[in-house]
Write a protein that binds this ligand. Sequence first.
Ligand SMILES: [Fe+2]
Length: 461
Amino acid sequence: MAATNVMTAPALPDPPIMNETPETYHYVPQDLSSKIPQTASLEVSQEIPQEEQSQESSHVVEPEIPETIQELPKEVAQELSTEEVKVTRQKPSTREGKPIIPVKDDLPPSERVTFDPAKHIKFTPPSKVWTMQELDYAEGQGISPVGVSEPFPLFSEEAVKQMRAEILSEKVWDKYKYSSNLSQCQLRGYAPECAPFIYDAWKSPEVLEIISKIAGIDLVPVMDWEIAHINIAVKSEEEKAKELEIVHRNADEGVADCALEEDDQPVVDWHTDSYPFVCVTMLSDCTTMVGGETMLRKGNGGTVKVRGPQMGSAVILQGRYIEHQALRALGAAERITSVTSFRPRSAAVKDDTVLTTVRGISDLKELYHQYAEYRFEILQDRFQAMGRKLRDRKRASRPFDTAATKRFIREQIEFLEAMDREMVSDELVQKGYIGDGHLVSEETRQTAKRRGLYVEETVAA
Ligand SMILES: [Fe+2]
């Protein structure tokens, strides 16, 4: 079902001054129904190689038990400039070999279709959208009053089937598979070249309208490179059965939060995302799955748990501003999530994007190119709008506004300085390694280091 309400970008009432989010760009969904998201079902391959194991996946990053320095591939070691960065302990950047999931193009060309919003969107509004205010965040925190949505149906069964077929193609796995210290298997950047259905879905005005409406701000994918980042986690049937046995046994014994009793470590500890908004879509049948929720930190220090989506459903989170952690999911043999990140469509809205969690798992040249391109476009739009404002004031015989112009200049300088910081020199970016910069508290950092997820880094003067 396509969305019924058409959203249009609000017109600029006045040339913008940066770092202020005009109220005209904010709107809270008014017509969210109380329908419970539906559960879709789809036949998926469960033939998981016994020898392959993985950790659970999360929406952006997934932790993995680190291995030893001896296993660090040579080319990764060479990536580091040892004169400038001293790494006392390192991890493997990539894990070559056969895929952890059967990769087969099981959808013949005759069954491939193009994305059709009327057929492939199966949207039901979320039962609840938590506002930033409800999460006790101060007014003005973030770019929208919306914090997170409950899961909601978004794509039809056929859409999920098409997406899975595109993802599980050999070309995607050969060219676009990434691993890191936090995740064994991710597929990134493949959409423009290898996945026309997925690419068109996330670029379609209808999907963007739905995402924007729920998010409470007009959004676009942050860049093509981040369209449908895929997290993949696979367990053997044996592991899955063992987990379910533990879950059921603990449930019989009345143990609260039984899914976490065996290992109460979250998949990803408290952190914030690199991008303002994220939409996580489930592409696996996880009806037997237990756990897998996202825990959010409220502004007052309390926590709230948001359940994970079922197949074809999605969750939207303002993850750049809300501290969150991904809880472990048990009892699912296969878990494939699609994560598309978003930024504000309007150049007038602040863009606090960082590249902390993505530098090490990207084609760096492509990432930097797309990041620079869209950020420069924002600057062009801002300068054009500011130029018009100056001109209009002059024509209206208003005095030159020195203070506002200096403020504008300062904001653009800070915008460019942020770009300079984020575009870390190529030789200093270690492939397959995500640092701890996205972790929020020092306590979380120390915990993660004890778990062996991050290395001590010493940057020479
Ligand atoms: Fe996250």
